[in-house]
Design a protein around this ligand. Structure first.
Ligand code: HEC
Ligand code: HEC
Length: 419
């Protein structure tokens, strides 16, 4: 991999340890390749993107927040403030950088100690161990998370991310850090995941915007950083740019603000039948779930199969390789050669081996079924009532106890490599 924009900070270290290059953020190869389909970027444009990202977010060893003054307009959004609303900078510092103790004696460099070997320094889900794992670790740079309480494309709440770090994702390589690290360490890591995610989402927008420029045109964001030093024409250009394109960067901040500031989404409660101790009542409730599962309204069997083995509709791509959807081998090989993990499919969940990745408690399952699993084919059950969703929750939790009649019993299947 090319070292695209590393920060040379070894003057102090050089006397002792020679000059080990500090790790650098890598470009998002998928976003870059997709954006330059029509016309390759000039080296100036690539350098500009690297510079904007470093000015905004710093480096893995020296994180930064977008500079407050430079992009401050009367009607515009103050990026630094917007970022600070969602992410605590002290947390980011504590999670970033090499493993060490900070001034107060607390462990720091948490991300590199616990997460980067899977999720990668850049949060690209391509750490050194990633290639051996199915499913792959999450690529935070898409801003897409699966096991959350928020609806559709909405970002996860702080609590959602905290729970994932605390509980892990059973049946995948994602470990539970409930006892391994303290509460404040987990909170710092939540903020660092958000930092990597926002950085990655903004990088994608920058590639995209650059793709719409002429070859010799530069990102207006690369103007001198002090707004007061610009002449009127430059101010006009920058201002116009923010009205048209900056809006996309703003919307990234806003979507995170929205999710973070509404952590206590009203928790749905299960109807009395769910908890009924009467055998008949409970059996009726399960039968109702079964009817929705296999009937038209739920249509769950289309993917999860009549027997819940997850052997229905197969071969769908997961979030990390949507870029490969419908593409030929040559196109895919181009990405893999550039360092992208080979695409893999994700299977519908097999309910007979008892594993639920986003947690098996009823509330977790309610959110999964009601909201769907973002980034996979699993749709949200938007047309079902809450009571119907609860019946499905009860039913899928119970499927593994159900006897299969009619002989349609197949071996459990697993996510497959497809090349
Ligand atoms: C051994 C590898 C491994 C390590 C170490 C690891 N993860 Fe993960 N992580 C995964 C895998 C694999 C997934 C994806 C599971 C899936 O898609 O079902 C994942 C998913 C996630 C998700 C996405 C959850 C969602 O709802 O989409 C978050 C957030 C996350 N990990 C954070 C962390 C943090 C923070 C650390 C360090 C404290 C960490 N992980 C350490 C493998 C790992
Ligand atoms: C178009 C295919 C499709 C349909 C239709 C579908 N699912 Fe899924 N479902 C999936 C896939 C794929 C996964 C695995 C997603 C992942 O792990 O990223 C999944 C996962 C799940 C999970 C596991 C959640 C967890 O935490 O592990 C549950 C529960 C579930 N589906 C229930 C349902 C129910 C109930 C319905 C019907 C209302 C349904 N699904 C309809 C494809 C589908």
């Amino acid at each position: 991999m090319k070292r695209l924009f590393s920060f040379h900070l070894c003057i102090g270290i050089i006397l002792f340890a020679g000059c080990a290059e500090p790790p650098a953020f890598q470009f998002n190869v998928v976003a870059k390749k997709q954006a330059e389909q029509d016309q390759p970027f000039s080296s100036q444009q690539i350098e500009d993107i690297a510079n904007v990202l470093t000015a905004f977010f710093g480096t893995p060893d020296q994180p930064a927040f977008p500079n407050v003054r430079s992009f401050h307009f009367p009607e515009g959004l103050d990026y630094g403030e917007a970022f600070a609303e969602v992410v605590d900078f002290q947390d980011v510092i504590r999670a970033a950088g090499p493993v060490r103790f900070d001034e107060s004696g607390k462990t720091a460099g948490l991300y590199r100690e616990h997460c980067s070997h899977c999720h990668g320094i850049s949060g690209d889900g391509s750490g050194p161990t990633a290639v051996t794992l199915t499913p792959y670790p999450r690529d935070f740079r898409n801003g897409v998370f699966k096991f959350k309480s928020t609806i559709g494309k909405a970002r996860p709440s702080n609590e959602d991310l905290y729970n994932i770090i605390n509980d892990g994702i059973p049946g995948t390589a994602m470990p539970a850090f409930n006892v391994a690290i303290t509460q404040s360490e987990k909170k710092a890591l939540v903020d660092y995941v958000k930092y990597l995610s926002i950085r990655g989402e903004i990088e994608q927008v920058l590639w995209d915007i650059t793709a719409s420029l002429e070859e010799d045109q530069r990102l207006p964001l690369v103007f001198p950083r002090d707004y007061d030093e610009l002449d009127e024409e430059e101010k006009d250009e920058l201002y116009g740019w923010f009205e048209e394109e900056g809006i996309r960067i703003e919307s990234i901040f806003k979507s995170w603000t929205k999710a973070s500031s509404s952590p206590s989404i009203k928790r749905p409660t299960a109807p009395p039948e769910y908890f009924s101790e009467s055998h008949d009542e409970h059996a009726n409730f399960l039968a109702k779930g079964r009817a929705i599962f296999s009937g038209k309204s739920g249509a769950c069997i289309q993917c999860h199969g009549d027997t819940g083995y997850g052997d229905g509709e197969l071969g769908n791509y997961d979030i990390w390789n949507q870029w490969a959807k419908g593409k030929n081998d040559k196109y895919i090989a181009g990405f893999v050669d550039a360092g992208v993990l080979p695409p893999r499919t994700i299977s519908p969940r097999n309910f007979r081996n008892g594993g639920f990745r986003g947690g098996r408690n009823p509330l977790n399952l309610f959110y999964r079924i009601k909201n769907g699993i973002q980034g996979s084919q699993m749709p949200g059950a938007a047309t079902l009532t809450d009571e119907e969703v609860w019946a499905l929750v009860a039913y899928v939790r119970n499927i593994k106890n159900e006897t299969i009649t009619g002989g349609h019993q197949q071996k459990p299947i697993h996510d497959k490599k497809i090349n």
